[in-house]
Design a protein around this ligand. Structure first.
Ligand SMILES: [Zn+2]
Length: 247
């Protein structure tokens, strides 16, 4: 049997929730959005890398306020950040760094999805996932006031691996100045079976970094923790993978 893959999502708003947890928090640092003189787009991406620490930068104070800057200023700040990013990762407008800082309210289940793609786990759930041998866990402890006594929340920084299948993603040409390109992703995209990551159990595809993908090992480990306010939509794989079998 080939490994099955799933997209982790938030339950629909009308679904009754198991947990009351909510938060008002931001990552510590952010690159500004960009106003591009070449393509005339003003844009920000949505990717956060909570494990990246910018506290060594002399200009870290210019990397706190979310805003839009002309391309020259954006490029200057992006060049400061670039050496601190994981290998192969390019800085992009609006990219956020550092732990979530702010306030939390209510009771938290084992796993939660902020905005549908940022994944939060309790300390206890993290321990269980680690004990179950889940691969690709990079937890970053949040800095939140108001959590119940004894509760700690970690955000998972997901490895960027694999690809949504090219037939489910339409992309236009890339702007030579700011890197912007038009992209349209099918409502239920599928995965490229020739580019599946087999060394991790959760990941974000390179061409769809707001998609949180997990495999059946991860889903089984999460279900063993009791109810969480997340859903798992099975994602097709084309062509069907001949490697990465369970047996
Ligand atoms: Zn541009």
């Amino acid at each position: 049997m080939p490994m099955r893959f799933y997209q982790l999502q938030r339950p629909l708003p009308e679904t009754a929730k198991h947990w009351s947890g909510s938060l008002s928090a931001e990552h510590v640092w952010t690159l500004p959005g960009v106003e591009c003189p070449t393509c005339h787009e003003t844009w920000s991406g949505q990717l956060s890398l909570p494990g990246v620490d910018l506290s060594s930068l002399l200009e870290q104070d210019s990397l706190v306020e979310p805003r839009v800057e002309p391309h020259a200023e954006y490029a200057r700040l992006a060049a400061l950040v670039q050496p601190l990013l994981p290998l192969g990762m390019m800085a992009e407008p609006g990219m956020q760094f550092g732990p979530l800082r702010g306030t939390a309210h209510g009771a938290w289940g084992p796993l939660s999805a902020r905005f549908g793609w940022e994944v939060l786990v309790t300390q206890e759930a993290l321990r269980h996932l680690q004990a179950a041998g889940i691969r690709g866990l990079v937890p970053v402890r949040t800095e939140l006031q108001g959590l119940e006594a004894g509760v700690a929340l970690h955000e998972l920084e997901l490895p960027i691996r694999g690809l949504l299948h090219r037939d489910s993603v339409l992309t236009g040409p890339k702007c030579r100045t700011c890197g912007w390109y038009e992209t349209r992703i099918a409502p239920e995209p599928w995965l490229d079976g020739d580019a599946l990551p087999h060394e991790v159990d959760l990941f974000r595809p390179e061409n769809g970094t707001t998609y949180t993908l997990v495999n059946e090992r991860f889903v089984e480990a999460v279900h063993a923790l009791g109810p969480s306010d997340v859903t798992f939509r099975e994602v097709r794989v084309m062509p069907v993978s001949r490697s990465g079998s369970l047996h």
